[in-house]
Design a protein around this ligand. Structure first.
Ligand code: SMG
Ligand code: MG
Length: 370
């Protein structure tokens, strides 16, 4: 594929409701969409960096810089064979996995459109619908949280994740467990605890949780392994796993018993598949994380989650839970069995709504070979 044009579009989309985590509140989702033109076809990707460096050090600002000044010059006018070829060309750019992954997604979309194959097929997916759950942000009180969870259960979600932070952990989780004794429930701390402070999480062991996600710092596999030794509930790593090397180290160290895979966080779909393969061999269950994606990134997550090792429900909710209007013409809906269908059309299997994209665009940059 000859890279004839690269377009970066910064967008802002209002969320249906603010989403609060241990690191802050998101009311509007800022992200960068990537379009690659080649041979009369356009592939789309989504860079999941957010406006603020809360989840990751990358932001829409740093990603814009890395995309424009480093990734684009490495690609413009070049013939690219596949994702592995792309990864080799951006290897010398240290870090910035979210920026790299946005472009890789667009390449996969292009590849699929060229070959008339869905991303699910290209990646080796085996399911036509995937099990999903919903991630519920911090609410004003345990009571408000229980009400929020009740309404998601009514919508048909059969797995609930709640956000926790110091002072808002055991009571919140216990309130949800008391109200709904049987549901599949898990919690996510987004790195809000130290090993010492994590002593407060011990009572969570009595609540039959599926997992506790990322309690400690992102750069601290070792303390996670110590904490896992003290808890019966499986720890699941999100922010800590930036590469297949981290995944291997976490497995060998016993730093977790489950891994959340996000293609953005690990630098691209090809890396996500590599981690999936490694975890599958090691018998480590994985599930697909979410970054409040638009229809573009959501389609990519669904394809990824259709791989055989994704045995736990993903953070991939229906489009309605996030946006009243999306940048894709397709909207994803929840099936009665808490699944969402994996797109089957070539590439990501979605088409961009040009009018809506124009309405939410803040900035646009088109680059062609000199
Ligand atoms: O896409 O449903 C979604 C969001 C899922 O909780 C979610 N993501 O740490 O797993 C996580 C967070 C990161 C994004 S917070 C703005
Ligand atoms: Mg998480």
């Amino acid at each position: 594929m000859k890279i004839e044009r690269l377009t970066f579009i910064r967008i802002r989309m209002p969320l249906v409701a603010p989403f609060e985590t241990s690191f802050g509140v998101t009311s509007d989702r800022d992200c960068i969409l990537v379009a690659i033109d080649s041979d009369g076809l356009t592939g789309y990707g989504e860079c999941v960096a957010e406006k603020d460096p809360g989840y990751s050090y990358e932001t829409t600002g740093t990603a814009w810089h890395v995309l424009k000044d480093f990734i684009a010059p490495a690609l413009l006018g070049q013939e690219l064979a596949d994702a592995a070829d792309y990864q080799r060309r951006v290897e010398s750019i240290r870090g910035h996995p979210l920026a790299k992954a946005g472009v890789e997604m667009a390449l996969w979309d292009l590849l699929g459109k060229r070959e008339g194959r869905s991303l699910k097929d290209l990646l080796g997916g085996v399911r036509s619908r995937v099990e999903v759950g919903v991630s519920v942000g911090l609410q004003v009180s345990p009571q408000a949280l229980v009400e929020r969870v009740a309404s998601y259960l009514e919508d048909g979600y059969r797995r609930i994740k709640i956000k926790i932070k110091p002072g808002r952990d055991v009571l919140d989780a216990a309130a949800v467990r008391k109200a709904f004794a049987e549901i599949r429930l898990q919690v996510d701390a987004n790195s809000a605890y130290t090993l010492d402070a994590a002593g407060a999480l011990a009572p969570l062991d009595e609540l039959a949780l599926l997992l506790i996600e990322q309690p400690l710092a992102e750069d601290d596999l070792w303390d996670h392994s110590r904490l896992q030794g003290r808890l019966r509930t499986p720890l699941c790593l999100d922010e800590s796993i930036l590469s297949a090397r981290h995944a291997r180290a976490a497995i060998e160290m016993g730093a977790c018993r489950i891994i959340n895979i996000k293609a953005g966080r690990v630098g691209g779909l090809s890396q996500a598949v590599a981690i999936h393969d490694l975890c599958r061999k090691a018998g480590m269950p994985v599930w697909c994380g979410g970054m409040l994606e638009t229809g573009i990134g959501r389609a990519s997550n669904l394809a990824l989650a259709s791989l055989p090792g994704f045995t736990l429900p993903g953070d991939i909710s229906a489009s309605d839970s996030y946006y009243t209007q999306d940048v894709t013409l397709e909207r994803f809906t929840l099936n009665p069995d808490s699944t969402i269908d994996v797109p089957t059309a070539p590439g990501l299997g979605v088409s961009v709504d040009a009018g809506q994209l124009a309405r939410v665009s803040l900035d646009r940059l088109e680059l062609v070979p000199e």
